[in-house]
Design a protein around this ligand. Structure first.
Ligand code: SF4
Ligand code: SF3
Length: 549
């Protein structure tokens, strides 16, 4: 087994025996086999596109199945067997269509690969996994590092692309790029510089994917507005919805409308409360429960209702709550109840509703407590004049974007301490699940502006980018010259995609932690630090002093 796609990777240099995330070597191998088959599928999809053949179902399938191979999404080997079979069926169907319009003599070897479904897919996955081959040149370590960066980045970007397609936003160029990036992994002739360029292109394409997702969310549910979200449960039956998928949250709200069930968000669905049309249409979207993904064993156990996990991050499930847990979309775990989508992409959530009814729900009130969400680009830029005046008058000295993924490592307390130490004349923007380390702190206000603003989910890095670019425009400065520092935490491949987007935009001086990606070789890191001044976090005091200096 070899996997080093997330920050949790064992001993900081790859999981070799068993995933620190709970992924078994068997599941890792079938994920590797799926990625190999997708590389072959992409080679054919590119040819099909060049001949004007409609590849839409293959495009969406590729994004969904890449999504399933991300950290903490799917632990169910049998699900990957199905994805692998589908990849081969899609590939052969496209070949037939191609044969009808062009006389193709030879398919690339990878596109002729045929898994033997009567034999162990695990062994076959181990054979075809992307491996480091030491004898391919002196920069082999760095090329391999960049190949992994592209693969992991495209997984993150594919997940956002899949979400965007669910809310009706698609771009052929993005799908084309996903296939091009996967197909590049088939090309041994690419140089180090080719791989650097491709990694930055992943960032560019991911920016478009996040833009599409933003458009899908805001056109469907309205631009987020500052909204108080109760953290105290209220008596009544309850369903908890975890992950990132706002469309599936809406489907659950629709199917529970008019019942006595209250719906709570968990993890990265907290920002959903900021979307006005969702809130207005479904008053039983009541509040938020729990914090970041790594605390779910405790949170899910205590939650007295049914729970649906729509996306990452799912941890290995626990007997204490396995029976009340459901997964949908690309998410899965052995023996966990999976609700398949119907033709409209939405599952029938009746089993969830029945489970919620059979459980006690909340029986007591708790003291009121709330947090504010909804500071996406439209909300923040609607008060741009106030912000700009406050900066000009010296009332706001600096902005910090403290965001990204949360995780279990003790070093992540850095982010809590950092936010606590941010001087009172500075504003903290945050996004993604890393915010749960400080999201309920009252940092007060400057000129009526909250000092802590929740921009949204990890994909709402798009919003943060729009805010940064608008401020740069207003101050007639380069984005790297405005008083803004980015202090980011990463865990999984969505964060890799976002980081590549920021580098593609030329954003410098990003501080990254809690540790640097294991898949980034020392030379690749040197290159990134020389060109972009990308740097590891140190201590909150040192980093704050450097940012404000
Ligand atoms: Fe290890 Fe992370 Fe891969 Fe899981 S996803 S096997 S923790 S590197
Ligand atoms: Fe969190 Fe998994 Fe990355 Fe969307 S829910 S940010 S870790």
């Amino acid at each position: 087994m070899f996997c080093e796609q997330c920050e949790q990777t064992a001993s900081g240099d790859g999981c070799h025996q068993f995933g620190a995330c709970g992924k078994s070597p068997q599941v890792n191998a079938v994920q590797d086999l799926l990625v190999y088959c997708l590389r072959g599928l992409s080679a054919i999809a590119l040819q099909a596109k060049a001949h004007g053949i409609d590849t839409h179902s293959v495009d969406v399938f590729t994004c969904e199945s890449l999504f399933a191979t991300m950290t903490n999404v799917n632990f169910n080997a049998s699900r990957f067997d199905k994805y692998i079979k589908q990849a081969i069926v899609h590939r052969e169907a496209l070949k037939q269509q191609l044969q009808a319009v062009a006389s193709v003599e030879n398919w690339p070897a990878i596109a002729q690969y045929q898994p033997d479904f009567d034999e162990s897919l695990v062994e076959q996955g181990e054979e075809v996994a992307l491996k480091f081959i030491s004898q391919v040149g002196e920069d082999a370590v760095d090329v391999f590092s960049l190949k992994l960066t592209v693969l992991y980045g495209i997984k993150g970007a594919a997940s956002y692309t899949f979400h965007a397609s669910e809310v009706g936003q698609e771009d052929e160029e993005v799908y084309h790029f996903v296939h091009r990036a996967l197909n590049a992994l088939n090309d041994p002739s690419l140089t180090l510089q080719d791989w650097v360029n491709l990694a930055l292109e992943v960032g560019k394409s991911n920016l478009r994917s996040m833009e599409l997702l933003d458009a899908g969310h805001t056109r469907t549910y309205g631009d987020p507005v500052p909204t108080s979200v109760p953290l105290n449960p209220i008596p009544g039956k309850a369903i908890l919805v975890s992950g990132h998928d706002i469309r599936q949250l809406e489907a659950i709200l629709k199917q529970t409308a008019g019942t006595d069930i209250n719906v709570y968000t968990h993890g990265e669905l907290l920002p959903a409360h900021g979307y006005p049309k969702l809130k207005q249409t479904y008053p039983h979207l009541y509040g938020h429960y729990g914090t970041a993904w790594q605390n779910q064993t405790k949170d899910f156990n205590k939650f007295p209702g049914a729970i649906v996990v729509t996306t990452n991050c799912l941890m290995p499930t626990h007997d204490d709550y396995h029976d009340k847990l459901f997964s949908i979309g690309p998410v899965g775990y052995p023996h966990l109840t999976y609700l398949p989508a119907e033709d409209n992409g939405i599952p029938d959530f009746t089993p969830v509703i029945e489970k919620a009814r059979s459980l006690p729900g909340f029986t007591e009130s708790a003291p009121p407590k709330s947090v504010k969400v909804g500071f996406a680009h439209n909300a923040v830029l609607s008060v741009a004049d106030t912000i700009i005046d406050a900066v000009k008058q010296g009332k706001i000295r600096h902005f910090f974007l403290v965001g990204g993924c949360d995780g279990a490592k003790p070093g992540r307390s850095y982010y809590t301490e950092f936010v606590e130490k941010v001087p009172e004349d500075c504003i903290v923007l945050t996004l993604a699940c890393g915010k749960f380390r400080f999201f309920d702190r009252d940092l007060g206000e400057i000129e009526g502006l909250p000092r802590l603003m929740d921009v949204g989910q990890c994909n709402d890095a798009y919003s943060a980018i729009q805010i940064a670019l608008a401020l740069a425009n207003a101050f007639e400065m380069d984005v790297n010259e405005i008083p803004l520092s980015m202090v980011l935490s990463w865990y999984e491949q969505k964060a890799v995609a976002v980081l590549l987007t920021l580098l593609h935009l030329g954003i410098k001086d990003i501080r990254l932690g809690p540790t640097l990606p294991a898949f980034i070789s020392p030379n690749v890191f040197k290159l990134l630090s020389e060109k972009y001044q990308l740097q590891p976090i140190t201590t909150p005091d040192r980093d704050l002093a450097a940012c404000l200096g």
